[in-house]
Design a protein around this ligand. Structure first.
Ligand code: PLP
Length: 323
């Protein structure tokens, strides 16, 4: 896999004794990637985090990625490269883990390109960094698979979940561990035990609700419902792209986002317009969630076709009212 298409410059002081200096000046690479990199005809770039900080927060995802996509690179490769550059900038041996939502929820319903998470997995493996998936929103069927990383055939080392394990009917959250991590914890000496706990950890009532909820979800095959009805919702919402202020419509399963912009070309964010549409929709009995300039939709997984169509109809009517 051609992950390491570009090298990163960073200062010697940021690396410790385990680092290896390269033959050419101030480029220092971790041991693991030296050989691979020496074989490549590479072009050097510097990841400039100040550019990221300056960019419009609403359009951050576009600005970061699009500004940094190199020639011949996909957006997914550029985003993964940004991760690799950040790891190398900090020093791989100072990074314990990388955590990400498979589909960013409150950040604006960002569905990653298909090549992103396989590359993230490979980078984490290469630098021996744990990969944690935060599936609090995406877990338990929301995106059309039981867990969203399944879409890309990627397994995390740790997975956090909450909300949907009980469909919100009781307070329960948890983490899944890889066998390797579990075995490491179980075989640790008492003196190395990691003590943690909460007053209500493993609460029997919440666990019972979770088990019953999962039983129902399995019986009703809710992930498949989310896949099918999510596609219907996304297709419906995409018809609203004809409005001058709809910059993008995206989603995976039953989590969708409609991005509101002041300029379709530049995709300049228009949170004020998003708020107007949100209120207009609410007055028509449609509740969405404004996330800056993105209107998010995450209806219950047992929604039916008519209700999906009603969402699209009422949102369209709300937008018509504004035009
Ligand atoms: C993706 C994601 N991760 C984590 C959390 C926090 O979950 P909790 O409140 O269970 O700590 C949230 C809360 O909405 C979330 O959306």
């Amino acid at each position: 896999m051609e992950l390491l298409s570009q090298e990163i410059q960073y200062s010697r002081e940021q690396r410790d004794d385990e680092s290896l200096g390269s033959d050419d000046g101030d480029v220092i690479l971790p041991k693991q990637s030296m050989q691979a990199r020496q074989k490549q005809d590479v072009q050097r770039t510097r990841w400039n985090s100040s550019e990221v900080v300056r960019s419009d927060e609403q359009a951050l995802r576009c600005v970061i990625i699009e500004a940094c996509v190199g020639a011949g690179e996909t957006v997914g490769q550029a985003a993964a490269r940004a991760l690799e550059e950040a790891i190398l900038h900090e020093g791989a041996d100072t990074v314990a883990a990388f955590i990400a939502e498979p589909v960013m929820g409150v950040g604006g319903v960002i569905v990653p390109p298909d090549d992103y998470f396989p590359l993230v997995r490979a980078i984490c493996d290469q630098y021996e960094i744990l990969f944690i998936a935060d599936e609090v929103i995406t877990g338990f069927g929301r995106t059309g698979e039981w867990f969203a990383l399944k879409h890309w055939g990627v397994k995390p080392d740790l997975l956090s979940f909450a909300k949907a394990i009980t469909s919100g009917y009781a307070q329960l959250g948890g983490i899944q561990l890889s066998d390797e991590i579990r075995e490491t914890m179980e075989s640790a000496a008492d003196s190395e035990a990691w003590m943690h706990g909460y007053t209500y950890s493993g609460h029997a009532m919440a666990c019972a609700v979770g088990l019953k909820n999962l039983e129902i979800m399995e019986k009703e095959n809710y992930p498949a419902c989310a896949k099918e009805l999510g596609k219907r919702l996304l297709d419906g919402l995409k018809t609203l792209k004809e409005f001058p202020f709809v910059g993008d419509v995206r989603g995976l399963g039953l989590v969708c986002g409609v991005e509101i912009v002041s300029d379709k070309e530049t995709k300049a964010a228009d949170p004020a317009m998003a708020t107007r549409i949100f209120k207009a929709a609410q007055s028509r009995g449609l509740r969405t969630r404004p996330l800056g300039n993105v209107l998010a939709f995450a209806p219950p997984l047992m929604i039916n076709e008519e209700e999906v169509d009603e969402i699209v109809k009422r949102l369209g009517a709300a937008m018509d009212g504004i035009n």
